[in-house]
Write a protein that binds this ligand. Structure first.
Ligand code: ADP
Length: 384
């Protein structure tokens, strides 16, 4: 690489020029030596050089002109100026204008060789740098385009899901409506077996309707089309009302629900409907996955500007390796009780999306066979 480096020397003193040319040729460089500045300007316009070595005071032109032209043609070129004692200031000025170095004549051959070697090394590094930046820019551009495609695909997916869900729901309601009419014997009497079949149709339809609704909710949250409706409210009353509405589920299972809210807890600042959804999902899981007669608990403690809400059960529990998985869409664990219960496997994915939407967190502590504690955070209305 270094062997191919091209150097031009512009020096009117013949002795100095010939000596320097000889030294640099011996060092393996391709060297052109010129006496006149104007010839140098001509040749620099046509040929590219790695290093330009020029006397500052040439009889025909100023060495600064050579510096300017060389830099204009190739900003990476290393220009080394040579000068007598009388014009050191001009040489310093040349360095300020972009010259790589200056030497006071007579030039020490070893020093100038070292300067050239360093300049060439710097050029190689800067070239490599440029190559890396170029490749980074290209990759960035590809990434940007891929992101754009992804955003368009997500939007198309959401639009598709929204319109499909609407169509499916409409038709499903018709199926369910007529099944109910038949089961309620509006058109005429049915036998026991027919009633059983109709109940199966209604059960499956209800499951399908839940699935469609949850897929739609999830895709709406993912595409950011559901705005948050933030209000300030007391968690105490909210939880009391909510659990009252759950009594029809809790009582037949003989589940005992305990509520423990830290005293003096400030109001929370959140979207009531979304918080309801989170609670109902977690509480309905807690009842589903806890055998009859088990214990459930809601526990709320303050954590700085947030509160930590836990929904605790004494149910079947979740093994360590499954604790992360359960937040993924369509995950239903393969155990006897889960198989017995109805569900879509979308509840926790939805809950996680809702909580992530306001910057909160949700996690689970559980021991297989002993019970689970799902904890999520809610912001408190402590500012303003
Ligand atoms: P679904 O309840 O509709 O099946 P979820 O997303 O709410 O879907 O839950 C995913 C899975 O996580 C459940 O199917 C169940 O296997 C497991 N799971 C959730 N909550 C509990 C819990 N409280 N105790 C034990 N397992 C649970």
């Amino acid at each position: 690489m270094e062997m191919e480096a091209k150097i031009i020397i512009v020096e009117d003193g013949e002795g100095a020029r010939v000596t320097l040319c000889g030294i640099l040729e011996d060092a393996g460089y391709k060297v052109i030596g010129l006496e006149r500045g104007v010839d140098a300007l001509e040749i620099i316009k046509k040929t590219s050089f790695n290093v330009v070595i020029t006397d500052i005071r040439l009889p025909d032109i100023d060495g600064m002109e050579i510096l300017e032209l060389a830099k204009e043609i190739d900003p990476e070129v290393a220009v080394i100026t040579m000068t007598g004692y009388a014009s050191v200031e001009t040489a310093i000025e040349a360095v300020n204008q972009g010259a790589y170095a200056y030497f006071v004549k007579p030039v020490n051959p070893e020093e100038i060789k070292t300067a050239i070697a360093n300049a060439l090394k710097q050029q190689r590094l800067s070239l490599e740098n440029k190559r890396l930046v170029d490749s980074l820019q290209r990759t960035n551009k590809l990434l940007y385009e891929a992101n754009d495609e992804l955003a368009k695909a997500t939007q198309a997916k959401s639009a598709f899901l929204a319109s499909m869900s609407h169509e499916l729901r409409t038709q499903l309601n018709v199926v369910m409506g007529f099944s109910e009419l038949l089961r309620d014997e509006v058109p005429g009497k049915i036998n026991e077996e027919q009633e059983q079949f109709l109940n199966d149709i209604l059960g499956s339809s209800q499951h399908l309707l839940n699935l469609i609704n949850e897929v739609l909710d999830l895709s709406k949250i993912e595409s950011g089309t559901t705005p948050l409706n933030l209000t300030k409210f007391a968690l105490n009353e909210f939880v009391t009302l909510l659990t009252r509405s759950l009594l029809p589920i809790l009582v037949p299972r003989q589940h005992n629900l305990d509520i423990e809210i830290e005293e003096g807890l400030p109001l929370v600042h959140a979207d009531k409907a979304k918080v309801s959804e989170v609670f109902l999902n977690l509480l309905s899981n807690a009842t589903k996955f806890t055998p009859d007669g088990g214990k459930l608990k809601i526990e709320v403690v303050r954590d700085n500007d947030w509160c930590q809400v836990s929904v605790i059960d004494s149910g079947i529990g979740i093994s360590k390796e499954n604790q992360e998985r359960i937040f993924e869409p369509f995950c239903r664990l393969d155990d006897a009780l889960t198989r017995e219960t109805s569900g879509t496997g979308l509840g926790l994915a939805l809950v996680k999306q809702i909580i992530g939407g306001y910057g909160g967190r949700i996690w689970v502590n559980s021991e297989y066979g002993k019970g689970s504690r799902f904890t999520f955070t809610l912001p408190l209305a402590v500012h303003g």
